[in-house]
Design a protein around this ligand. Structure first.
Ligand code: GDP
Length: 486
């Protein structure tokens, strides 16, 4: 923790001049706001005959938000809340069409180039029970939100086109959903296509560890068609059944907290933020802080009927919110505070922090094979090293994973989040970022975008072309003996 000359002077009650004089004797010309590292601070303190103790300053953020985040909801205030559903799947398998069908609108045809560009979030009602949908464009967005600690999803619907079966992005989506530890329901879509044999896709699913319940497994596979509407009721009912099993609850009687899904500056409206309430009830007039933005909720609108103004939004409800001063990033948490001045102070402190972080480089924060050993907590508890495996052929994936099973370590268990054929993608890097994993690339290279993202996020990608070298490195890493890659 760096300490300035002024900090030390104020803390010790000693004139800054006196400190500067000692520094000068050591050959250091210091101005009053210059920082000294811990060692130098201790040296000066010793010269002055004072004791120093370094403590983390208690910030407003710590005081306020931690208490909000960690506040326990009394059991008698908890009420069932709608499940939040996310669609994942291979491109063109029908995610957009299915959601449109479920909510009764048609967006597919109006989209530019057929690409879903924005996060959509809606709440619908089925037999008196609410269901919320958050549709992220591609699983990268899903994982990116998770990387920010935003676990808004309760259930993942994996959309698989019956004519195509499990495709590479389906496999990725499965890994992302599994890493998020949410239940998976499969929507086996396009069942209307003549001559389709759903058994082929079902076999693909079970080969990927998703055993359909009609084959004795525990994964609900709903056969459906976004075009004819077949199976839609069945899909909604299945989602409600899974939700019932998990008894999702929240406390509508407290002030709200939740997540921003996306936001933009819109001419004539100011900032419009699409947020989802996770707990509590959000009301017009509430003071909100969201990342480095803040404001008083000026108005809220229904996401399905954008002209419909609403006064309050309970748990699992998505709304378009007006009143924030700048657009918060996707995945930022929001909190309601009693005092607008506190909200402003928090937002401004964060802006200042972000500014400092962009000035100074932050360095890697994720696990690497070199820092693994130092990060181990050396406790009785077994810890997990998450790995993402990419290879040119399926055979090598199997061989490498077989080697993994031979690595037996009392403190560390290896967990493969994803093992697929093909080069390292941005999605892999996002997954590694969200789940703190190392990426091992065997006979494949990361694409340029993936490499840049990995650099930026501090995710390690290690490349190999000999299998035993991977196991050797892992052994060394587990002992803390691995040298950095040249
Ligand atoms: P997404 O990329 O997963 O969001 O897929 P879209 O919803 O954009 O659908 C891709 C294409 O598949 C579109 O041309 C849809 O009309 C078509 N499609 C979607 N669902 C079905 C379905 O149930 N049956 C048939 N036959 N076509 C479908």
């Amino acid at each position: 923790l760096p300490c300035t000359v002024r900090d030390l002077s104020e803390a010790a009650g000693i004139p800054a001049m006196q400190i500067q004089r000692i520094l000068m004797q050591e050959g250091v010309m210091a101005k009053i706001n210059d920082t000294m590292d811990e060692e130098l601070t201790e040296f000066i303190a010793a010269e002055l005959g004072v004791d120093v103790d370094f403590v983390q300053p208690v910030t407003l953020e710590d005081q306020l938000l931690t208490s909000i985040r960690e506040a326990e909801d009394p059991e008698d205030q908890l009420e069932p809340r709608p499940p939040v559903i996310t669609f994942l799947g291979h491109v063109d398998h029908g995610k957009t069409s299915l959601l449109d069908r479920l909510i009764g609108i048609n967006v597919v045809s109006g989209e530019s180039g057929g690409i879903t560009q924005h996060i959509r979030a809606y709440q619908i009602e089925k037999d008196g029970a609410g269901i919320s949908f958050v549709d992220t464009p591609g699983h990268e967005a899903f994982t990116e939100m998770r990387a920010r600690g935003a676990n808004v999803t309760d259930i993942a619907v994996l959309v698989v086109a019956a004519d195509d079966g499990v495709m590479p992005q389906t496999e990725e989506a499965i890994s992302h959903a599994k890493a998020a530890e949410v239940p998976i329901v499969v929507a086996l879509n396009k069942i209307d296509i003549p001559g389709i044999d759903p058994n082929k896709a079902m076999a693909d699913l079970s080969a990927n560890g998703l055993q359909p319940s009609e084959w004795g497994g525990d994964i609900e596979v709903v056969k459906c068609s976004a075009i004819t509407g077949e199976g839609m009721d069945d899909l909604l009912e299945t989602l409600l059944t899974v939700a019932d099993l998990h008894e999702y609850k929240a406390n509508p009687h407290r002030s709200a907290l939740g997540t921003s899904l996306e936001a933009q500056q819109e001419s004539g409206h100011g900032v419009v933020a699409k947020v989802i309430v996770e707990n509590g009830t959000l009301r017009v007039g509430d003071n909100v802080v969201c990342g480095d933005s803040y404001g008083k909720v000026r108005a809220m609108f229904d996401t399905l009927r954008p002209e419909l103004a609403i006064q309050e939004a309970g748990p699992s409800t998505p709304v378009n919110l007006l009143g924030l001063d700048v657009a918060p990033a996707a995945g930022e948490h929001f909190y309601v505070l009693d005092d607008i001045a506190q909200a402003r102070e928090l937002a401004e402190t964060r802006r200042e922090q972000t500014r400092k972080e962009t000035l100074g480089s932050t360095g890697p924060v994720h696990v690497t094979l070199e820092n693994l050993f130092d990060r181990l907590e050396h406790t009785e508890e077994v810890q997990t090293l998450n790995l993402i495996l990419r290879s040119d052929v399926r055979g090598s994936l199997e061989a490498i994973q077989k080697e993994f099973t031979k690595l037996d370590h009392p403190e560390v268990k290896l967990k493969t989040l994803l093992a697929t054929v093909g080069g390292v993608t941005e999605g892999d890097v996002q997954l590694a970022h969200a789940s703190d994993a190392v990426i091992l690339a065997f006979n494949v290279v990361p694409d340029e975008k993936a490499r840049q993202l990995a650099d930026r996020l501090g995710v390690q990608i290690r490349r190999y072309d000999v299998i035993y070298k991977i196991t050797d490195d892992l052994k060394l890493a587990l002992e803390g003996m691995l040298r950095p890659e040249e």
